[in-house]
Design a protein around this ligand. Structure first.
Ligand code: SF4
Length: 64
């Protein structure tokens, strides 16, 4: 799995960091997403897929 984020599209909702805090974080200054792990282990794929599906800005891309 390869994960990427679009910081320009992100609206700082924080859903992704709540769903998978080992993969996504939020920038302290404005809450914009920060990618912690672009190649998460298979055990985290389900949560990463959920985070991408529920991102209100569709700012998370997952390639498998
Ligand atoms: S869920 Fe989407 S909009 Fe919200 S912080 Fe994460 S990437 Fe940004």
């Amino acid at each position: 799995m390869q994960v990427s984020v679009d910081q320009e599209a992100c609206v700082s909702s924080g859903q992704c960091a709540l769903t998978a805090d080992d993969v996504f974080d939020q920038r302290d200054s404005d809450g914009v997403v920060e990618l912690l792990d672009a190649d998460p282990p298979q055990g985290r794929w389900r949560d990463v897929r959920d985070a991408a599906a529920h991102c209100p800005a569709m700012a998370i891309t997952v390639r498998e």
